[in-house]
Design a protein around this ligand. Structure first.
Ligand code: SF4
Length: 434
């Protein structure tokens, strides 16, 4: 699998152009461990390459049960091995191969092709999954095996691969010199919903965009501009969609500011004299207590404002999750944050044995649709609400912690780590200073 450019690569191109400060801020944050999803993606890319090589004779089904051993290690330092289950082969690999052979059908193609910029952007490179030429068109294909849907439109990663490929004499000669001034870019993203033989489903796993030669020149110019700005010391932070995979997001001042601004804007809403939409007679005004201020705000605000609030809240909740994950990762890495500690989250009641609990619920006269959700047995609390307090059979229920929570150090619950975070490691001290 490809290595990564320390300057800018395909997956970081959007961020590189749009947030001049991301690279510098990112230096203060440890590089996270490669997760299981990324390992799986790497393994599936290997498989795609192996199956699409012109000399390949195997078909996807031949690989069911095989194990791909990666040149990478997991959190425990063990080599990563990915078993190619039937589901992975038939729902991920097979559809991508079908799409390539039955829909794209390229005349010529190059797999896992390293593409790189020259001149001012020397050192910026990436690896295109597929470059191809077909009937007077040329393009790039990117396999995506994760669940997060990606569009080929306005896609900086795909433009990066095409613009970088055009720096190579061989690709430029075969395309632009031959009069090809438009390029196709495809994201192929099979989902577990795919059913072989369904032509529509096979087309639906891919989406496509067209980029002109001018678009790619403009994109190249944007990269050069960003490089020049950074070289001149401009590290302005700018929030946007490109923050999603930025490892600096949890410590990013631009996001802290955005969160503070959102809270401040809520506080500014006038409360006195607000008119309730419900609970008050038409035209009647009631003073609104701070506790219900946000409800009154929603009732009074225009549709546009609510929409903007919703979008802002969605963006901020992503940031909140990133901050929580960062803190959890720091504790897991033995580098706790000063003033915080890990405790056992509150205990919840769970079923000891769901099958026995089902039989018991049935004996109590409940129908299957009452004690089952589409996926599982209803929770203990819901069952109690259904049958009444004190009716549960104790032997069916157990208490178990809901997990680990990170809380303030003065929380009365004991730390699960057996030490307070102020007695932290050298790594923690170094990170707490950043
Ligand atoms: S989170 Fe966004 S704004 Fe902050 S450094 Fe990363 S890309 Fe820039």
């Amino acid at each position: 699998m490809s290595d990564h450019s320390s300057l800018v690569g395909g997956s970081s191109a959007d961020r590189y152009i749009n947030c001049l400060g991301a690279a510098q801020l990112g230096k203060s944050v440890p590089v996270p461990m490669v997760g299981a999803a990324a390992h799986l993606g790497t393994a599936l890319h290997y498989v795609m390459e192996a199956l699409l090589k012109p000399e390949a004779t195997a078909v996807p089904r031949d690989l069911i049960g095989d194990v791909v051993e990666l040149d990478e290690t997991d959190a425990g330092g063990n080599p990563v091995k990915i078993e190619l289950t039937e589901a992975l082969v038939l729902m991920k690999i097979q559809p991508a191969i079908d799409w390539f052979e039955q829909v794209l059908k390229p005349d010529q193609y190059w797999l896992e092709e390293r593409v790189e910029f020259k001149g001012e952007l020397e050192g910026a490179f990436g690896t295109a999954d597929v470059l191809y030429i077909k009937d007077g068109t040329a393009g790039v294909v990117d396999w995506k095996f994760g669940g997060h849907r990606v569009s080929a439109k306005n896609n900086a990663q795909l433009q990066f691969y095409l613009a970088a490929a055009l720096q190579s004499e061989w690709f430029y000669d075969m395309t632009v010199k031959e009069g090809l001034m438009h390029f196709e870019a495809h994201i192929v993203q099979p989902s577990f919903q795919y059913r072989a033989g369904n032509a529509k489903a096979m087309e639906d796993i891919a989406n496509r965009a067209r980029y002109s030669f001018e678009d790619l020149c403009l994109f190249h110019a944007s990269l050069r501009w960003a490089k020049k700005m950074k070289d001149e010391g401009n590290h302005t932070l700018s929030c946007g969609r490109w923050c999603q995979f930025c490892r600096a997001q949890p410590v990013c001042p631009a996001w802290s500011q955005r969160g503070s601004d959102a809270i401040a804007s809520l506080k500014k809403v006038p409360v006195e004299g607000a008119v309730f939409k419900s609970g008050a007679k038409k035209g009647e005004t009631k003073p609104v207590s701070p506790a219900v201020q946000s409800k009154a705000t929603l009732a009074l605000e225009a549709e546009d404002t609510i929409r903007e609030r919703y979008l802002e809240a969605t963006a901020l909740s992503g940031w909140c999750e990133a901050v929580k994950k960062y803190v959890a990762d720091r504790f897991a890495a033995g580098a706790p944050i000063k003033g915080l500690k890990r405790v056992v989250h509150r205990e919840v009641r769970m079923w000891k044995d769901e099958e026995k609990a089902r039989l018991w619920a049935k004996a109590k006269g409940l129908g299957a649709s009452e004690y089952n959700t589409p996926r599982a047995l209803i929770s203990v609390a819901k069952m109690e609400a259904l049958l009444g307090e004190g009716t549960l059979k104790e032997s069916l229920v157990q208490k178990a912690p809901r997990g680990i929570a990170v809380v303030r150090e003065n929380d009365p619950r004991p730390s699960v780590d057996g030490f307070e975070s102020s007695s932290s490691s050298a790594l923690s001290d170094a990170l707490n200073k950043t």
